[in-house]
Write a protein that binds this ligand. Structure first.
Ligand SMILES: CC(C)(COP(=O)(O)OP(=O)(O)OC[C@H]1O[C@@H](n2cnc3c(N)ncnc32)[C@H](O)[C@@H]1OP(=O)(O)O)[C@@H](O)C(=O)NCCC(=O)NCCS
Length: 178
């Protein structure tokens, strides 16, 4: 069994690279996402120094599945104010759930969601919530298959090269099993 570990700032560089590669593999060619747009987004969001700060943030937890010494998949959960449709649930936000392309559909996502459930339980919370771009049909199907229900939607805003993009993200929730 590949170990599932809590990640700390020592993992910033490999984690940033896994995030960049997985985001690129997933989104280039989806909707209007060109390689240039995705490169801009990943350079901003997964800069190693930014990832290092997030790893040090006490409200944020990262868990990874290791294959040998490499991080093959990770989940990032964040203490974040939820939107109104989620607020009554006392839910933990799953901001990223990324499995490297070559390790998808072997159960790593499931194990990482279990780690997110455990973290929510440890924080005294009753649900997970997350949002995903409506165009990411595989992720939407995955969350439905895992038992999430759609709670609403919200705009997802991204700026690149002077252009402001506004997409529709779907919001999902799931109760923490006890
Ligand atoms: C979506 C993602 C997190 C799923 O994780 P994964 O490790 O590939 O999925 P798992 O192996 O845990 O799958 C568990 C179950 O879900 C099912 N499943 C996996 N992908 C699915 C899909 N696209 N549609 C429907 N069911 C799916 C599997 O068949 C499996 O079912 P089983 O255990 O009953 O056989 C992963 O594929 C990924 O990182 N994709 C790219 C990045 C991304 O889109 N992240 C989400 C952005 S919000």
């Amino acid at each position: 069994m590949h170990p599932l570990v809590r990640l700390d700032a020592a993992s910033a560089a490999p984690l940033a690279e896994l995030a960049r590669a997985t985001f690129t593999d997933t989104y280039v060619g989806m909707g209007y996402y060109t390689r240039e747009l995705v490169a801009d987004y990943t350079a901003q969001s997964f800069a190693p120094e930014r990832v290092a700060k997030e790893l040090d943030d006490p409200g944020t937890s990262f868990f990874g599945v290791l294959v040998g010494d490499a991080i093959a998949a990770y989940v990032k959960v964040v203490d974040r104010e939820p939107p109104d449709c989620v607020k009554p649930l006392r839910a933990l936000y799953v901001e990223r759930l990324y499995v490297a392309r070559q390790y998808q559909r072997v159960g790593f996502g499931r194990r990482l969601l279990d780690a997110a459930f455990a973290e929510a339980r440890a924080r005294g919370l009753s649900h997970l919530w997350l949002s995903t771009w409506e165009e990411n049909k595989a992720a939407v199907a995955y969350y439905h298959a895992r038992g999430f229900t759609q709670a609403g939607e919200w705009p997802w805003i991204f700026e690149s090269r002077g252009v402001r993009y506004v997409d529709r993200d779907l919001l999902f929730t799931i109760p923490v099993p006890y």
